[in-house]
Design a protein around this ligand. Structure first.
Ligand SMILES: Cc1cc2nc3c(=O)[nH]c(=O)nc-3n(C[C@H](O)[C@H](O)[C@H](O)COP(=O)(O)OP(=O)(O)OC[C@H]3O[C@@H](n4cnc5c(N)ncnc54)[C@H](O)[C@@H]3O)c2cc1C
Length: 426
């Protein structure tokens, strides 16, 4: 076991997770008299809102991911370590990460969430979820491979199964995935094959609830559904998937044969709540005080998707990037105040600026206070907002140019099948 020692005269802060929450916490501590260790099992920060574009070959992985080490390279009081945290000794104030022991005075848990298959973890192999660059590459490989295999399939039944794409879950990720798959099938690949017509693909979006986009107003959800249907996506509402296997999905009154099923329903928190034996909700999110500390553990804070927090009206805060960023920033400022012997900031209050989701090229739904945007204007707003929130001028430029190019030509540059995967068999 190797103990990571920092300057012992200053408070030691360990941040677990270099996502939106952890990164903002580290940045907010830039000028504080503390020594920070930020530990993440990946070497990169991923801009998850654009993962679906990697999964559907619009963007390359490096366009939406940046080495955490490089993002924080100019911040002298932080050390970045790549390691998987497996437990925390709360009494001894030590984080365990493989062979490493990381002592702390303040601990920030920002490990986010994972997919939940509602007790059916065996579905993960056949219906991958979208959470990381690896997931996106896996989905992109399966998705493109399905067309390749359909091109050489001997019989119509196999071809139909290969050209049927099912997305489970009608939240923003499911809507964006389904819309993007439809665009690739109907436009990008239209003239690339000789035996098959990709535009005859069947794309089905399955949602257990009564409507798509439950976080959006009903009229915008209806708009999104109509826009998807115009693109050829079948939307099945009030349909709970009862099983997933390598040949498709089943539900109470039917079955769809499909070689490509994508899971965009349900999240479960990382096991961090168990590491510190904290109270958590049904999804595993840790319940926090109004200063985002863990009850009875005043030096442990939670930021981002892992936190179960509520607004003033008692509604749970959504698992979105602005919540994670605001929480991370708040926790960083609070720890800085304590390190400088200043009073704590006021309790955390989340400021909600709006909700955005895109349905495809030229169509998006945007809700900003009372303002609602749809169609091309909504899509333009969505594009500008996402470019603005990316890290680094190079990525902003590359993505803006890539989108403009795709918009004008319907082309997608990242159509590589680079992950060995035998599942989409014929
Ligand atoms: C496909 C998709 C689309 C989305 N679209 C949007 C959108 O359009 N708008 C929006 O606002 N939000 C969107 N979100 C949600 C948003 O991305 C999350 O709310 C946000 O990433 C949460 O930040 P976080 O810091 O809590 O967790 P994350 O960003 O998930 O970061 C967690 C970090 O912890 C690390 N980690 C986890 N476990 C360990 C461990 N044991 N040891 C070491 N490191 C660990 C991970 O590697 C990761 O880097 C989307 C999410 C997904 C998955």
């Amino acid at each position: 076991m190797k103990t990571v020692v920092t300057d012992t005269r200053r408070p030691k802060v360990v941040i677990i997770g270099g996502g939106f929450g952890g990164l903002e916490a580290a940045k907010a501590l830039a000028h504080a008299p503390v020594d920070i260790v930020l530990v993440d099992r990946q070497n990169h920060h991923c801009f998850q809102p654009l993962l679906y574009q990697v999964a559907t070959a619009a963007l390359s992985p490096a366009d939406i991911a940046w080495p955490i080490r490089s993002i924080l390279s100019r911040q002298e009081n932080v050390r970045v370590l790549m390691a998987q945290v497996s437990g925390i000794d709360v009494a001894a104030k030590i984080v365990r990460a493989g062979e490493l022991s990381l002592p702390y005075d303040y601990l920030v848990l920002a490990t986010g969430v994972m997919h939940s298959y509602f007790g059916h973890d065996e579905w993960a192999n056949v219906a991958p979820g979208l959470k990381s660059i690896e997931d996106a590459r896996l989905i992109r490989g399966r998705f493109l491979l399905a067309f390749e295999r359909a091109e050489i399939a001997d019989d119509e039944k196999t071809r139909r199964r290969l050209l049927t794409f099912v997305v489970v879950g009608g939240g923003p990720t499911g809507v964006e995935m389904a819309g993007s798959i439809a665009e690739v099938a109907n436009r990008t690949l239209r003239s690339d094959f000789r035996e098959i017509d990709p535009a005859t693909s069947r794309i089905v979006l399955i949602e257990a609830g009564p409507r798509l986009l439950p976080a959006f107003p009903e009229n915008l959800a209806r708009y999104a559904q109509t826009a998807l249907e115009k693109m050829g996506v079948e939307v099945l509402l009030k349909t709970a998937v009862t099983s997933c296997d390598r040949d498709g999905v089943s539900f109470a009154d039917g079955r769809i044969d499909s070689a490509t099923v994508i899971w965009a329903a349900g999240v479960a928190a990382s096991p961090a709540g168990r590491w510190i034996e904290a109270e958590h909700d049904r999804a595993g999110r840790i319940k926090v005080n109004s200063d985002l500390s863990v009850p009875q553990q005043p030096n442990i804070f939670v930021a981002g998707d892992l936190a179960s927090a509520h607004d003033k009206a008692g509604h749970p805060l959504p698992g979105v990037a602005p919540v994670a960023k605001q929480m991370g920033r708040y926790v960083g400022k609070l720890i800085a105040a304590r390190a400088e012997h200043r009073p704590d900031p006021k309790p955390f209050v989340y400021r909600h600026y709006g909700d955005l989701a895109t349905v495809g090229r030229k169509a998006a739904v945007v809700k900003l206070g009372r303002l609602e945007l749809t169609g091309f204007i909504g899509w333009l707003f969505w594009s500008v907002a996402h470019v603005y929130f990316l890290i680094g001028i190079r990525n902003r430029f590359v993505i803006a140019v890539t989108w403009l190019w795709s918009y004008l030509t319907f082309r997608r540059g990242a159509r590589l099948i680079s992950v060995p995967d035998q599942r989409a068999h014929t």
